[in-house]
Every structure is written in structure tokens, then in C-alpha cells.
Write a protein that binds this ligand. Structure first.
Ligand SMILES: O=c1ccn([C@H]2C[C@H](O)[C@@H](CO)O2)c(=O)[nH]1
Ligand SMILES: [Zn+2]
Length: 130
């Protein structure tokens, strides 16, 4: 499954809309219903509206009724494995448990396996609200 997710992330990366950064990112995730959703980064002339590849994939899954992520792969043309931004780490935490596998890789196949707990220790969760 890890290799399949990486391949799907690579394929989605090709659709990145990146006229401003020219930095393409792809992501692909597996849900608890064994469906795969992928996404790319989508930039905007109003730069702050950019959506990262990870969040594109997550929002696609959630909008089809999938709320549990079992694993996700992210790929970009980075020196080492790509490092998801803070916003995506927090959004991931909403739909992952602490053991969810996060595969971070690059175009050279340098891959690291993280867990959600490693990716965002101390994530803010709804259970924290009083
Ligand atoms: O993990 C990451 C890091 C960056 N980006 C995007 C946002 C922007 O379009 C470009 C440069 O930051 O890369 C992602 O999609 N995912
Ligand atoms: Zn991000």
C-alpha cells in the first residue's frame, strides 16, 4: 500500500497549479473504507489562498463521506523527504489517529515513515474543548 500511495501522489503532483512557486507537491491517502484520494497543491494570484496537496486530498476524501485516514503519502522535488506545513499537520490530525502512517518522500525515493503523533505532537483536538 505504501508504494501505491506514493505512485498515486506522484500522479496527482503532475496536476499541481503552481504558476507562482513552480513547486509541485502531490499527496495520496487511504481511508478506512479502503478508498484512495489524491491531491495536488493549488496556488492563487492571491497567494495566501493557496491550498497544499495534503489538504486538497483530505478535503476530497471528507467531502465524499470519508472521515478516517489510515495512511497518507506526500511527494515533492525536495532534497530530502518533503516536510508538510503546520496547517496541513493540524488538518491531518483531525482525521488521523496517533498511529496513522505518514509517508514522506521525494523524487529520488528518499522516504521516511512518520506517525501522526510524531508529525504533530500536542495537536489541538476537539476533545480538548470544554
Ligand atoms: O507540504 C507541502 C509544502 C508546500 N506545499 C505547497 C504550497 C505552495 O503551493 C508550494 C510552495 O510552498 O508548495 C504543499 O502543497 N505541501
Ligand atoms: Zn500544507
Amino acid at each position: 500500500m505504501k508504494e501505491q500511495l506514493i505512485q498515486e501522489a506522484m500522479a496527482a503532483r503532475k496536476h499541481a497549479h503552481i504558476p507562482y512557486s513552480n513547486f509541485a507537491v502531490g499527496a495520496a491517502l487511504l481511508t478506512s473504507n479502503k478508498r484512495i484520494y489524491s491531491g495536488c497543491n493549488i496556488e492563487n494570484a492571491s497567494f495566501g489562498l493557496t491550498n497544499c496537496a495534503e489538504r486538497t486530498a483530505i478535503f476530497k476524501a471528507v467531502s465524499e463521506g470519508e472521515h478516517i485516514i489510515e495512511a497518507i503519502a506526500v511527494v515533492a522535488d525536495t532534497k530530502g523527504p518533503v516536510s508538510p506545513c503546520g496547517a496541513c499537520r493540524q488538518v491531518l490530525a483531525e482525521f488521523c489517529d496517533e498511529n496513522t502512517k505518514i509517508y514522506l518522500t521525494n523524487l529520488h525515493g528518499n522516504t521516511e515513515e512518520w506517525t501522526m503523533a510524531q508529525l504533530l505532537p500536542g495537536a489541538f483536538r476537539s476533545a480538548d474543548m470544554k
